[in-house]
Design a protein around this ligand. Structure first.
Ligand code: AMP
Ligand code: MG
Length: 487
C-alpha cells in the first residue's frame, strides 16, 4: 500500500511533443479541506486509505503539494459544441498530473477545478462544490451500475469564493481514468491540418489502450472501429439505465468509451424519452432519446478527424457498424432487464413496455425493480407492480404478452427474479438525493450524506433494507431543481 510519497507516478502524456498540452501549475485553494474520499478508487492505485487522514491530504488531493513524479499539464483539444465546431477548447480547469502504474495498467490522475490554464478562455479555472459533489457521486454511481466511466478519488473543498449565478465556494475533484483523451483531442489537429500530430496521438492511444492493434496492418481503421463499438456499447448502457448526459459535445466524448465530464446530467424519474436534463439545452439536442444518434454524429466527427490516417471509405465502413452494434447491445440489455433471452424478436415487447411507461408516467427505475418480482402464473395479478399504472387494463394487456414470452422458455421463476435484480438497480443518483447531500455540505459543512450516498450507490443492485427511502420516487420539491452548464 502506497503513501502519497511512494505512489509510482509518471506522466507519459507529458512525454509527447508539447503541441498536445501546456505545462501548468495548479493554483492552491484557500483553507483546503477533505469533503469526500473514496477508498474504492484509492484501492485501484494502491493508495492506503488511511492517507486520507493526514493533515496534508487535502493539499495533495487538490494539487497544492506536488506528488513526486507528477508533471502537471493541461491538454489541448477542440470540439463540436451543440453542433458547432469550436477550434480551440482544451482543459480550461482540468490538470493532468500523470499516471500511477499498477499491475492492472495505468490510472491517470486529473484535478478538476485546480485553477487557470492557457485554455481557460473566459472561465476562472474553478469548479464549485455543488457540481463537484455531483461529479464525484455520479461517476461512482455509474461505476456501481457497471457502466464505463471516469472515477473519482476525492473532493477537496475550500474557502475560495467563485461566482456563478450566485457566490459559491471552489472545490477540486481528483478524477481517475486510464485516459482522458477525447474525440476533440483529434479534431483540433484535423482542423489545423496537422496529420502528423493525429498519427502521434493515435499511436499513443493504440499502444497504451489497444495494444492488440499495434501490429495489425490496418491498425487505424481497426482503432476507429474499436472506439465506435465502445461508444455504441456505452450509449446502449445509458439508454438502458435511463441516464442522460446533458452535454454530449465531442470534447466530452471519451476515446475509451467512458462516461466523461459530469455536468447537468440526470437519471430519468418518470419515463420520458424527450427528457432534457440540461436547462441550457433549449432545442433538446441532447434529450435522452437523442443520445444514440448524437453518439453516431460525434463518431462521424471523430472519423473525419482520423481520415488523414485512412481512406475515407474505410472510415465510412467503420461508421456503418454503429447502428447494428448499438441495437444489439441495447436489445441485449433490455432483454436482460425483462429477464428473457436476447433476440430481435423482443423488440415489440420492449417498445411496448416503454410506450406504456411513457403514457402512464411511471417511474423508470421503480418499474424495472418491481418487475423483478413478476409472477408469471396465469392467475397472478402482480400488485403492486400493476398499481404503478393508472391504466391497469393497458398493463394487463402488456402483461399477457410478457407472460406468454416468459412461458416460451428461459430460467425458472426464482432464478429469473434474481438475475433481473442484478441488472435492474434499486438505487440511482436521483437529482433530489444529490441535492440533499449538496445542501448539507454547502449550508452546514456536513459531509456525511456524501459518504452515505457513495456507499449506497456502490451497491445499487443490493436490497439494502435500511436504505429503502433512497429508492423512492422524487418528492414534489425535486421538480424545481434545475441544472445547467454553469458549474
Ligand atoms: P464542459 O462543457 O464543462 O465540458 O466545458 C467546456 C469547455 O469549457 C472546456 O474546455 C472546459 O475546460 C471549459 N470550462 C468550463 N468551465 C470552466 C471554468 N470555470 N474555467 C475555465 N474553463 C472552463
Ligand atoms: Mg468538458
Amino acid at each position: 500500500m502506497h503513501t502519497f510519497e511512494t505512489l509510482p507516478f509518471s506522466n507519459s502524456f507529458a512525454a509527447l511533443p508539447s503541441i498536445f498540452y501546456s505545462a501548468v501549475t495548479p493554483t492552491p485553494l484557500a483553507h483546503p479541506h477533505l469533503v469526500g474520499f473514496n477508498a474504492d478508487a484509492a484501492a485501484l492505485i494502491g493508495l492506503n486509505p488511511v492517507e486520507a487522514r493526514r493533515p496534508d491530504a487535502p493539499a495533495y488531493l487538490s494539487g497544492t503539494t506536488h506528488i513526486l513524479g507528477a508533471q502537471p499539464v493541461a491538454a489541448l483539444y477542440a470540439g463540436h459544441q451543440f453542433g458547432y465546431f469550436v477550434p480551440q477548447l482544451g482543459d480550461g480547469r482540468a490538470i493532468l498530473l500523470g499516471e500511477v502504474q499498477t499491475p492492472h495498467g495505468g490510472w491517470e490522475l486529473q484535478l478538476k477545478g485546480a485553477g487557470l490554464t492557457p485554455y481557460s478562455r473566459n472561465g476562472d479555472g474553478r469548479a464549485v462544490l455543488r457540481s463537484s459533489i455531483r461529479e464525484y457521486l455520479c461517476s461512482e454511481a455509474m461505476h456501481g451500475l457497471g457502466i464505463p466511466t471516469t472515477r473519482a478519488l476525492s473532493i477537496v473543498g475550500s474557502a475560495d469564493e467563485v461566482y456563478r449565478e450566485q457566490v459559491e465556494t471552489a472545490a477540486v475533484v481528483m478524477r481517475m481514468a486510464p485516459s482522458f483523451i477525447r474525440f476533440g483531442s483529434f479534431e483540433v489537429f484535423f482542423s489545423r491540418g496537422q496529420p502528423d500530430a493525429i498519427r502521434i496521438l493515435a499511436d499513443y492511444v493504440i499502444t497504451r489502450h489497444f495494444p492488440e492493434l499495434a501490429d495489425v496492418p490496418d491498425k487505424y481503421p481497426h482503432f476507429l472501429r474499436a472506439v465506435i463499438l465502445a461508444t455504441a456499447r456505452l450509449m446502449a448502457q445509458w439508454q438502458a439505465v435511463g441516464f442522460a448526459h446533458g452535454v454530449m459535445n465531442t470534447d466530452n466524448m471519451s476515446i475509451l468509451g467512458l462516461t466523461l465530464d459530469y455536468g447537468p446530467f440526470g437519471f430519468l424519474d418518470t419515463y420520458d424519452p424527450g427528457y432534457i436534463c440540461n436547462h441550457s439545452d433549449q432545442g433538446g439536442r441532447y434529450a435522452f432519446d437523442q443520445q444514440p444518434d448524437i453518439g453516431a454524429w460525434n463518431l462521424t466527427r471523430l472519423a473525419q478527424a482520423l481520415t488523414p490516417l485512412m481512406p475515407v471509405d474505410a472510415a465510412k465502413e467503420a461508421l456503418d457498424v454503429y447502428p447494428a452494434a448499438f441495437a444489439t447491445h441495447y436489445i441485449d440489455l433490455m432483454s436482460a432487464k425483462l429477464g428473457i433471452l436476447p433476440g430481435k424478436n423482443n423488440v415489440s415487447l420492449i417498445t411496448g413496455v416503454l410506450s406504456l411507461l411513457h403514457s402512464n408516467h411511471v417511474d423508470y427505475t421503480i418499474f424495472w425493480r418491481a418487475l423483478c418480482n413478476f409472477d408469471s402464473a396465469p392467475e397472478a395479478v402482480n400488485e403492486p407492480l400493476r398499481d404503478l399504472f393508472p391504466d391497469r387494463t393497458a398493463f394487463d394487456t402488456w402483461a399477457i404478452e410478457y407472460r406468454a414470452r416468459l412461458q416460451t422458455g428461459g430460467a425458472p421463476e426464482t432464478m429469473r427474479h434474481e438475475a433481473m435484480r442484478r441488472v435492474n438497480p434499486k438505487y440511482i443518483l436521483r437529482s433530489h438525493l444529490a441535492e440533499i447531500a449538496i445542501r448539507r455540505a454547502c449550508d452546514d459543512h456536513d459531509f456525511s450524506e456524501i459518504a452515505r450516498l457513495l456507499d449506497l450507490l456502490h451497491h445499487p443492485f443490493e436490497e439494502q433494507p435500511e436504505n429503502t427511502s433512497y429508492a423512492s420516487a422524487p418528492p414534489e420539491w425535486a421538480s424545481r431543481i434545475s441544472v445547467s452548464c454553469s458549474s
